[in-house]
Write a protein that binds this ligand. Structure first.
Ligand code: ZN
Length: 333
């Protein structure tokens, strides 16, 4: 009964987090408009949902000081969705589209050292004007096109755990596996991405910053995503560049973030993502000592089992066309 006791303050926090997409450490847009806020997805309120008392929504909006009044109706829908969620069924927002049904999975057992593409995303939504790093924002319609490309071309999303197990002689993989990763913990992962991927039951990997995003994703959002198949990885506590830290501070970022995520969410947290892709041998050794099984970088290419703590990824840029997306995927090596 994890949500039966949702308090008014927790509900307000949920509202707040849905209204204002958290500004992750990789992108710190200057605009007051939350990235992708207009993409908040529930265009048709769920008929079965109760209405959240307007005082709750108002309180949340007053707390943020940045949300527009027009956001209230939509956030009420989201909050109501959270309020009525049952423990057994994740209550994700309404998807903005459905992804094309994937081709039937054809499993394979060889070769065990198969390189695997791991897509790297940050925000799904439009970049606000003047965004410092606009390429971190992939518009939602482009993201849908990219997922449809994968689906129509025989790909199936898998978790990093499935890839790790496969590389170590356990289990099978689809013939064209792909891992879909999201860095930092932007709320668009919950409002836009999770409902979309749920339409085809595809998992994704969320690399969450434990301590810095404000407002960050509400833990209940993360719990719903985990319940719908998402895998949780650590992206440290403060998103500092690791090579510049003392061994003591580096260890805290790597070890403590894992411990906290495991405690809060009750999942293994076997995977790590270097903040801003910065790593060195010292960081790799600490990540391995902390018990992580794999770690991702921002180096372009395919993930390979011979470099478990230097996994390459395929970066998806903001304005990439489907053709560009396909080229990036197919040229990765
Ligand atoms: Zn990051």
């Amino acid at each position: 009964m994890r949500k039966a006791g949702l308090t008014t303050s927790a509900l307000a926090a949920t509202l707040l987090a849905v209204v204002a997409l958290s500004l992750g450490a990789c992108a710190r847009p200057q605009s007051a408009q939350p990235p992708g806020a207009h993409l908040t997805v529930a265009s048709t309120p769920l008929s079965t949902l109760a209405t959240v008392p307007s005082t709750v929504a108002t309180a949340a909006l007053e707390q943020t000081g940045s949300a527009s009044p027009t956001a209230t109706a939509t956030t009420q829908t989201h909050a109501a969705a959270s309020q009525l969620a049952t423990p057994s069924a994740p209550q994700l927002p309404v998807p903005i589209a459905t992804i094309t049904k994937p081709t039937p999975i054809r499993l394979m057992d060889e070769p065990r050292d198969l390189p695997v593409p791991m897509l790297m995303y940050h925000v799904v939504g439009d970049a606000p004007k003047g965004a410092a790093l606009p390429d971190l924002y992939v518009p939602a319609d482009k993201f849908v096109d990219q997922m449809n490309y994968l689906s129509r071309n025989g790909y199936h999303a898998v978790t990093m755990q499935q890839v790790y197990d496969f590389w170590h002689g356990r289990g099978s993989l689809p013939q064209k596996p792909v891992v879909i990763t999201f860095d930092d913990g932007f709320t668009s992962d919950y409002t836009v991405v999770a409902p979309l991927l749920k339409t085809v039951d595809w998992p994704a990997t969320l690399f969450l910053i434990v301590g810095r995003n404000k407002p960050r994703m509400h833990p209940n959002m993360v719990r719903d995503m985990i319940a719908s198949g998402w895998e949780l990885g650590s992206h440290t506590i403060s998103h500092e560049d690791l090579p510049g830290l003392s061994t003591r501070d580096m260890r805290k970022e790597i070890v403590t973030s894992r411990a906290r995520l495991r405690k809060v969410y009750g999942v293994p947290v076997n995977f790590f993502c270097y903040p801003s892709g910065r790593f060195n041998q010292r960081a790799e050794a600490e990540v391995a000592d902390a018990g992580y099984l794999l770690a991702t970088t921002t180096v372009s290419g395919l993930a390979r089992p011979d470099r478990p703590y230097e996994l390459r990824r395929v970066r998806v840029l903001g304005q990439m066309s489907v053709r560009g997306f396909a080229a990036a995927l197919n040229s990765a090596h």
